[in-house]
Design a protein around this ligand. Sequence first.
Ligand SMILES: [Mg+2]
Length: 261
Amino acid sequence: MSSDTPALATNPKFIFFTDFDGTITMRDSNDYMTDNIGYGPERRRELNIEVLEGRWSFRNAFKDMLDSIHHPFEECIKLLCDNITLDAGFADFFTYAQANNIPVVVLSSGMTDIIRALLQKLIGPAADDIQIIANTHRINEDGSWDIIFHDESDFGHDKSRAIRPYHALPDNVRPTLFYAGDGVSDLSAAKETDLLFAKYGHDLITYCQREKVPFTVFHTFKDIHAIVKDIVDGKTTAQEVAKKGAEEEARRNEEKVETTK
Ligand SMILES: [Mg+2]
């Protein structure tokens, strides 16, 4: 077993990669910290625009937001555990995935210890079976803390790198790869998978349209659960769902053009 494909350990036919903040959680935990114990939503939104318009890298903007937080790391974890909730369908989906040998791998721009604590609180000890690939953090001598980015990319964590070794496997042994996400950092990862679930009403859909990456829209993990189950049961395929998603998208765009004429 190659060390860069740990999710193959149980010889799965499917692997489910997913973003964490805003995809599994109802709101972004880092935004929550910045808004409530950092410099607040106004400056955060200014920086989000800087990133969207290409003047700041995601990495530098994110570090700037986290640097405005001066609470000890343990207090941050407690604040988040008290305030962040999971998508109502995720726990059931995860139980289903476990029962059907579908490894769930979290790829996140957040920090591993925060994600682990939130998952443990929200779905219990089973959360330990979820592989988390994310940034980490360092506690300094004065009790302050800093994010340690996962790699040198402008995102701090280029999520596509973890998926690429799976994507590169020969067709006859390669599992079907799913990805669920909501934001711009998910785009490069999505390109390496067979079916992308993009969260309704979020930035990722705009990026997918711009870059012509096929996707299907989801509102909650209940939608994802139903589609993954149909694929696992052989009622449809990832390719068919992606094709249907693209057709629905084209129809929505036509309707938009009609109504804006
Ligand atoms: Mg996200």
